[in-house]
Design a protein around this ligand. Structure first.
Ligand SMILES: Cc1cc2nc3c(=O)[nH]c(=O)nc-3n(C[C@H](O)[C@H](O)[C@H](O)COP(=O)(O)OP(=O)(O)OC[C@H]3O[C@@H](n4cnc5c(N)ncnc54)[C@H](O)[C@@H]3O)c2cc1C
Ligand code: SF4
Length: 558
């Protein structure tokens, strides 16, 4: 009789958390199977070469039109890799939630913008300092060696200037500032002196991008195409950077198009024994078995899998006996300001515009925020370069000339601010019992924006306006309203870590308090989000969790 195959570890999802787990566990000698909802997308289907050769010496009308009709949804060709309409698996209550759901090998790292500031020691102390929310069970010092390692393994670039709110990482050189960013840097530094705020600074933003060759990967060719996918893997993308290395160990298996529905539990031991998944193409049900299960399906989806893993031992879902799975969900407040710099009108257009936003203005509200009555912070990602001035008035040849003259003079300030968890923002299994096309119960996402967020948003609006004016920008526009939650793609904390099993789902290594052979390795683990983009922290925590998991596995503790 054929023996049932059992892996050491099954990892669900291959994005930032899952691909890091897979590489570290296979490197430590464990046999790993990754199950991934979406397909494998080959590099030639990614768009960074296309962008490079798609000259922008003229602006085609089809691109211009949506801008002139209002701020359009970005024209991301990667929409192909979202869930399909038929696969709809959530609804919302309260203020709504924008959940885009990329589904492919590599997850959202395929299309992320890869801005990668570390969290600071203050970020890990936030709840202890102001008394709001669950304290982190780990400190910056616990994570520091893993930040160091992940930045070097994946290849990150960044500046050389340290700031109290943004620890320096292990970086390759960053791209130089663009002209507009150079102008903004001088303006922001002058503003800092004028307002007497020593924290106001304009740094080179760290990115998960190589600017020098690394392990056979080509350095960035500055095509400005990161959110369309990087064909040369110069940007970190789990599918092109970590999974091939995991494969080389000979201990790695990847199963794409596998939609995981639940974690299976051994009725005798109460431990996980594997997972059940549905083949996305044939719709057939399968079970696969392992000694350990890691959920890296992203914040909301990992919570969904745990909540759907109901059994005699865990009638409320796995890891959920204290009702914390799905709770404490947060995302970032987003506010965008843009303008056009007259100093740069008439500049020739060119293709090698560079990656993402070159600048970062770290949190600077600490000296004055008490007077505005809110806690926590925001940072500002800032870039300069190509952009259509859709507020320019006029028509015909003159309008066209004006838009062309300003095309290279755009300056942007995009702020991300911390949201506080509140009892009205959470994920649950939809009480109506509705299921998706795979027969898996869907989720309902509840959301309410609190007063702290509104106060912070008003402060951000004012600060962005001031920054743009300090740069002497024209045609200034600042977001009038907070974006619908979910838009920032920085959702976190639905399976948070903590010391107390009554108030958290996992311990400081991502191991669920309730079932010792089930781990979470994605942004669901965050205890507080801070204002930083989350992914480098997801990867560092995943690396730390993998180290612990491998040690415990070897000692027979799982
Ligand atoms: C356009 C864009 C720009 C971004 N820019 C930045 C940035 O500049 N900086 C930053 O820090 N972050 C950025 N992000 C966010 C970043 O991509 C995410 O924080 C990060 O990828 C989350 O990692 P994860 O492992 O939690 O989830 P993901 O990377 O989303 O991976 C989850 C994986 O699980 C799979 N999966 C889901 N459900 C199942 C299931 N039921 N069964 C099997 N597999 C499943 C998914 O297909 C996916 O592959 C951006 C995101 C986008 C979309
Ligand atoms: S990392 Fe560089 S080469 Fe790759 S898509 Fe981004 S800008 Fe282009």
């Amino acid at each position: 009789m054929a023996q049932k195959q059992e892996y050491d570890v099954i990892i669900v999802g291959t994005g930032a958390g899952g691909s890091t787990m897979a590489l570290e566990l296979t490197s430590r000698g464990l046999n790993v199977l990754s199950l991934e909802y979406g397909p494998m997308v080959p590099p030639h289907k990614l768009m960074s070469f296309e962008n490079f050769h798609d000259a922008v010496r003229r602006i085609p009308y089809r691109e211009l039109k949506p801008w002139l009709q209002g701020r359009p949804e970005p024209d991301w060709k990667n929409g192909l890799y979202y869930v399909t309409k038929e696969e709809s698996n959530f609804n919302t209550a309260g203020e709504g939630w924008h959940w885009r759901r990329y589904r492919l090998v590599g997850g959202r790292t395929k299309f992320w913008n890869c801005v990668s500031m570390r969290m600071s020691p203050r970020d890990f102390r936030a709840a202890l300092d102001d008394g709001y929310g669950e304290p982190w069970p780990i400190t910056y010092e616990d994570l520091e060696p893993y930040y160091d390692r992940i930045e070097q393994m994946a290849g990150f670039c960044g500046g050389t200037v340290s700031h109290p709110e943004v620890p320096l990482g292990k970086y390759q050189p960053a791209q130089p500032f663009r002209c507009g960013e150079g102008i903004a840097k001088q303006a922001i530094e002058r503003l800092g002196k004028r307002t007497g705020n020593p924290l106001l600074a304009y740094l080179q933003a760290p990115h998960a991008i190589i600017t020098r060759e690394l392990n056979g990967r080509l350095p960035c060719h500055y095509c400005d195409g990161c959110v369309s996918g990087c064909a040369t893997a110069s940007k970190f993308d789990g599918a092109q950077v970590f999974l091939p290395l995991a494969q080389k160990t000979g201990r790695y298996m990847l199963r794409p198009n596998a939609v995981v529905a639940e974690v299976l539990v051994d009725p005798d031991t109460g431990k996980a024994r594997g997972v059940r998944y549905i083949d996305r193409e044939t719709k057939l049900d399968y079970e696969v078995y392992a000694k350990v299960v890691v959920l890296s399906a992203s914040c909301i989806e990992s919570a969904r899998i745990l909540l759907n893993s109901k059994s005699r031992q865990y009638p409320n879902g796995l890891g959920n006996s204290t009702g914390n799975v799905g709770r404490h969900l947060v995302d970032h407040i987003q506010c965008v300001g843009e303008g056009f710099l007259p100093q740069l009108y008439g500049t020739e257009t060119f293709d090698t515009a560079g990656y993402g936003d070159g600048g970062y203005i770290p949190r600077f509200n600490i000296p004055y925020q008490k007077s505005l009555g809110y806690i926590r912070g925001f940072g500002v990602q800032t870039g300069g370069g190509r952009g259509v001035d859709s507020r320019l008035s006029g028509f015909g040849a003159d309008l066209k000339k004006g838009i062309k003259a300003r095309f290279m003079s755009r300056i942007t300030f995009e702020s991300f601010g911390e949201r506080l968890a509140n009892p009205d923002t959470y994920v649950e299994i939809d009480p109506s019992g509705e299921k998706d096309i795979y027969g898996i119960p869907i989720v309902r996402i509840h959301c309410r924006t609190g007063e702290n967020e509104h106060k912070m948003f008003r402060d951000i609006q004012g600060q962005l306006q001031l920054m743009l004016e300090s740069c002497k920008a024209e045609d200034i526009a600042v977001s009038p309203l907070i974006n619908e939650p979910g838009w920032s793609e920085h959702e976190s904390a639905a399976c948070r870590m903590g010391r107390d099993p009554k108030t958290s789902v996992c311990n400081g290594f991502g191991q669920t308090h309730e079932v010792k052979n089930v781990f979470v390795a994605d942004s669901g683990l965050f205890t507080q989000s801070s204002e930083k983009s989350p992914t480098v922290t997801i990867m560092a925590m995943s690396l730390r969790g993998a180290d612990y998991l491998a040690d415990e596995f070897r000692q027979g503790n799982l």
